[in-house]
Ligand binder design. Sequence first.
Ligand code: GTP
Ligand code: MG
Length: 341
Amino acid sequence: MARKKINGECEMEEEGEEMREDLESRESTEIGADLTIEDLPGVGAATAEKLQAAGFDTLMAVAVATPGELTDIGGVSEPTARKMIQFAREKLKMGFISGDELLKKRELVEKIRTGSEALDKLLGGGLETGAITEAFGEFGSGKTQIAHLLCVRCQLLSPENVAVFIDTENTFRPERIVQLAKGAGLDPEQALRNIKVARAYNSDHQMLLAEKIDELIKKGLKVKLVVVDSLTAHFRAEFIGRGTLADRQQKLNKHMHALMKLADTYNLVVYVTNQVMAKPDVFFGDPTQAIGGHIVAHASTFRIYLRKGKKGSRVAKLVDSPALPEGEAAFYVEADGLRDI
Ligand code: GTP
Ligand code: MG
């Protein structure tokens, strides 16, 4: 139902629809995929609609959720949430894919290098395809600069690579791309042609743009990078006050799922930026935390905390990653790119 509504709202073209059918038929060959969320225990039509609206539109989405994420949508008790997750996991016979198959999948992973050796090393060689990397930090910490840099440097992997930049704060600057392209030894005109920028005017628009990216890919663009800068600003501005928190988190969850699906389906890099807010109850350490709470944290594969360092430098700290040690890298942001210290 939710899917129909989305199609109606964005008037998706025929080919987008065909693509969805492709994806669906692929999913339906998996065990248990003929079941829908309405088959979950304790889920009637009303709850199914809420689940769908929050992005939990397949058994898989429920199977990988936490009970807290499901109770957040409202009208679902914690024991019911646990039962739903348990049921979805059993039906999908999840979790078993042989190690060698996984290794083969990992061999397809590409990495966009940042040009700073220290930062690349911290990230295990660069930003990985098939994953979401989140950069969070205060204003001026370098989140948007790195976004520009990645748009250019993803083109070093292949000259056909295209970057999609969803700009929510009107901070995309083509002039900056020209400088960075020269720094990377690329033709600035060509570099600019390979970047598709869309201004997002509110959170719904932002979500819609993300959902339309597979149409671009279907049209033949080799999208290797999707930037959302900033991921959370619209959500933060539109959902004010405690009463709206659950709604905000649901929409953010849906958005993150759409981005994860893109990263996974098309083996591309998703880079999102996130602001921080003051955490008044912290007396030791850094009193800031990322917006978006556990939804964003949980959905991001890699999380980088950026802050201003000494003498105008920037310091990146890897705070979350599946297989890399936590650590820090310092560098300067310069006209033609990042420079190690
Ligand atoms: P918010 O979006 O406000 O949260 O901040 P942000 O983390 O996105 O900051 P951004 O990436 O825009 O960083 C801005 C900083 O980058 C500026 O304060 C400059 O210090 C630096 N910067 C931007 N352009 C240049 C440049 O061409 N040369 C140099 N040396 N520094 C630059
Ligand atoms: Mg910015």
